[in-house]
Design a protein around this ligand. Structure first.
Ligand SMILES: *Cc1c(COP(=O)(O)O)cnc(C)c1O
Length: 420
């Protein structure tokens, strides 16, 4: 059967051992194809029910007693479960703040530890917030550092150039495990070794890999990581992030934003800060309980499905998408802005087109397919293997083809929305 037949996609769905997980999500409108789970994951039915309980019962009735009925444990409890997804022990991961803030805390702690060295190294594929945070860290450190942004070819991580640049003057290497535009995914163990051989710390941002690309922080001997929960973990808009510190590093590093939640005995209300002995000293203030609690159902569901199985499906789905791109879209001027090698990519694919912005507008407004757009020309198609079907991919690619075939994008304006 030709791969371009809808029946081919339907057959893959019928054989998919993870297919039943889709029924766990709120999907009221099956004709709307959602390919933006890498920016905001879908809502779980369990999360919708939990939100009702959190507001009406836990807050409404239990009031302040809620803190001792589970709220105070949430950050460690959910952190421990996220740890199982990324190869970390339960006491090495905690939910707190946002990815940007966690990156700031860990990066500043790392460079202040590696005080005698003068460089922070990253690449030009890193997320802008990460670059801006690192610029601030370089300025604010005990001893100011220089931030070096290693150029790439726009798609692949500049592994060779990084290897040539990381040296005994490097305090910190900070990279996205899976990069946000092209989806390139670093070999975590290899890069960690490279940094460690030079005596540098390495900090991984797992925002675009957690929940879609298996990682084993322990096996990689990785000291530091942060990540996002509202993407593939389906934690909800703006849900708090997580931070990971390998056990051996927890007592060596100091949180630069010392607050009462990190105190060894917060309810002593002492005048001076004495940090908690474990990872909790990287907490700062009171957590947003409602949005923290809502992270748990998504993490539970991914654990139930299993990261290895999710990865198998994700690779099969991104490969299928690329097969359709070759057949239908490459002849219409779509370029592949992601790695062709499945081992080097995460769970989203970026397709470039000269009319990328207007095509993505027509696609979501008229064709009921939701991708997102990343300048200059990337239409990002995010596959969340826990709920994306092969038929979704077939249909989305077919509608994308129609947008260009029928020139539907020509009706759209060249100006952009606030949130792309
Ligand atoms: C999504 C993402 C972020 C988001 O950071 P916020 O603090 O939640 O705004 C940061 N870094 C990377 C690599 C991301 O993919």
């Amino acid at each position: 059967m030709p791969i371009t037949d809808l029946a081919y996609a339907q057959q893959l769905d019928a054989q998919d051992p993870l297919a039943h997980f889709r029924t766990q999500f709120v999907i009221d409108d099956p004709d709307l194809i959602y390919l933006d789970g890498n920016s905001l994951g879908r809502l779980l039915k369990r999360s919708r029910d939990l939100a009702e309980d959190l507001v009406a019962r836990q807050w409404g009735q239990r009031l302040i007693r809620g803190w001792n009925e589970g709220w105070i444990e949430l950050q460690s409890q959910i952190g421990g479960k996220i740890g199982q997804l990324i190869g970390a022990a339960a006491d090495e991961v905690i939910v707190a703040d946002s990815t940007s803030i966690n990156l700031f805390k860990l990066a500043l702690a790392a460079v202040n530890f590696n005080n005698g060295r003068s460089k922070i190294i990253t690449d030009d594929l890193n997320f802008p917030s990460d670059l801006y945070i690192l610029q601030g860290v370089a300025r604010l450190a005990k001893r100011p550092l220089q931030l070096q942004i290693i150029p790439s070819d726009g798609i692949h991580g500049p592994v060779e150039a990084l290897a040539a640049t990381i040296d005994d003057d490097t305090a910190l290497v900070a990279l996205s495990h899976t990069v946000f535009k092209s989806s390139y995914t670093y070999d975590m163990a290899k890069m960690t070794r490279l940094a460690q051989d030079a005596g540098a710390l390495i900090l991984w941002d797992m925002s675009h890999s957690v929940g879609s690309v298996p990682a084993d922080l322990q096996a990689a001997n990785a000291p530091l990581a942060v990540g996002c929960t509202y993407k593939y973990l389906n934690g909800g808009p703006g849900a708090p992030a997580f931070l990971y510190i390998q056990r051996d590093w927890q007592h060596k590093l100091g949180n630069p934003v010392t607050g009462w939640m990190g105190h060894e005995n917060m309810f002593e209300f002492a005048l001076n800060y004495e940090r908690d002995a474990g990872l909790r000293h990287f907490l700062t203030g009171t957590p947003p309980v409602l949005s923290t609690a809502l992270i748990e159902p998504g993490v539970d569901l991914l654990l139930e499905a299993g990261m290895d199985k999710l990865r198998v499906k994700s690779v099969q789905q991104t490969s299928y998408l690329l097969d359709l791109w070759r057949e239908w879209l490459a002849p219409l001027g779509f370029r592949l802005n992601s790695p062709t090698d499945a081992a080097q990519r995460g769970s989203h694919i970026s397709l470039g087109h000269d009319e990328g912005w207007r095509i993505s507008q027509a696609l979501s407004n008229e064709m009921r397919v939701i991708p997102d757009f990343r300048k200059p020309d990337n239409i990002r198609l995010g596959i969340a293997p826990i709920y994306t079907t092969f038929a979704d991919i077939h249909e989305a690619m077919s509608r994308l083809r129609q947008v260009v075939d029928k020139k539907l994008y020509e009706r759209y304006s060249l100006t952009e929305n606030v949130v792309t």
